[in-house]
Design a binder for this molecule. Structure first.
Ligand SMILES: Nc1ncnc2c1ncn2[C@@H]1O[C@H](COP(=O)(O)OP(=O)(O)OP(=O)(O)O)[C@@H](O)[C@H]1O
Ligand SMILES: [Mg+2]
Length: 271
């Protein structure tokens, strides 16, 4: 099903993001962010709430402008939404007036033109099956639970076999079992394709299981403070296999310590 095309290479250099100035004070959300992601690589972004993960991933996906620095995809500056992009939003962002099947089909974008109706339907159905929504294909978003909406959003992002997959806490609203299952599915999907993935998560175990590298961000202003290489062999056995893996535990502890250092460094609020 997946057409083997090279995944996108991303280069983020000295990027800054400021949000609207009020009375002369700009909120600098990100400063001097540097990150390069190679073709086919899986990189997670972790860090405290508010450190700028969503801002960064939206800028990579051409959904928001940056205020300084540069972001290039395959050497070209990002201007607008790049082709062959799959984006999973933190809040699913489904079209309320379209059914689950129609929402997923929207993810086909331009590819839809190159497929027969039957082929397009086949692809959509295969994705719905993968995320366990086959029986709900004709439901509307208002009829779905939060986790089901997230799964529909995931199917919409994957249906085009994108060269670049950007995922903002895609599994945040899922129950523990579905989350583990989808982590394993995602690991399989990315290992079988050449898709480049940037994945935002608060779950350090999830980041270690899925990633080639984990970029740890710090806040105020947000920046990438350390990039940890996950030197666990692939293909990785299911999540279960990581539970008693010593190296995985070391990596998790290291990433967790980096994230927590940052939390502790924050000024504590007066009681
Ligand atoms: N549209 C906006 N206008 C003004 N400020 C914003 C806007 N979006 C984000 N910010 C600010 O930018 C900073 C980073 O926000 P962002 O949503 O990127 O963080 P995050 O790391 O994704 O957080 P979370 O883990 O809670 O999702 C925050 O201080 C936030 O208040
Ligand atoms: Mg966010």
């Amino acid at each position: 099903m997946t057409t083997m095309q090279a995944g996108a290479a991303i280069d983020v250099v000295a990027v800054e993001k400021r949000y609207g100035q009020r009375r002369g004070t700009a909120n600098v959300a990100l400063r001097d962010v540097n990150l390069n992601v190679q073709s086919g690589e899986f990189v997670s972004l972790v860090g405290a709430s508010g450190c700028g993960k969503t801002s960064l991933i939206r800028m990579i996906g051409g959904l928001a402008p940056y205020t300084a620095g540069s972001i290039t995809i395959d050497g070209s500056p990002v201007r607008g939404v790049p082709q062959r992009l799959g984006f999973v939003f933190q809040d699913a962002a489904l079209m309320p007036w379209r059914s689950v099947r129609q929402n997923v089909a929207m993810g086909l974008n331009e590819i839809a033109k190159t497929l027969s109706k039957q082929e397009a339907r086949g692809r959509v159905d295969a994705q719905l099956e993968l995320v366990g929504l086959s029986q709900f294909a004709d439901y509307y978003p208002r009829q779905l639970s939060g986790g089901m909406k997230q799964r529909a959003g995931l199917a919409r992002a994957l249906v085009s076999a994108p060269g670049l997959l950007l995922m903002d806490e895609p599994f945040g609203a899922l129950d523990a079992f579905t989350r583990l299952r989808l982590q394993e599915e995602l690991a399989l999907i990315v290992s079988e394709s050449s898709t480049t993935t940037v994945f935002v998560t608060h779950d350090v175990d999830e980041a270690v299981f899925l990633s080639d590298r984990v970029a740890v961000m710090s806040a105020s202003p947000g920046t990438v403070k350390e990039i940890v290489t996950v030197d666990l062999p692939r293909p990785r056995l299911g999540r279960q296999g990581l539970l008693d893996n010593r190296r995985a535990a070391e990596l998790r502890d290291h990433v967790l310590r980096l994230v927590m250092e940052d939390q502790e460094a924050r000024p504590s609020r007066p009681a």
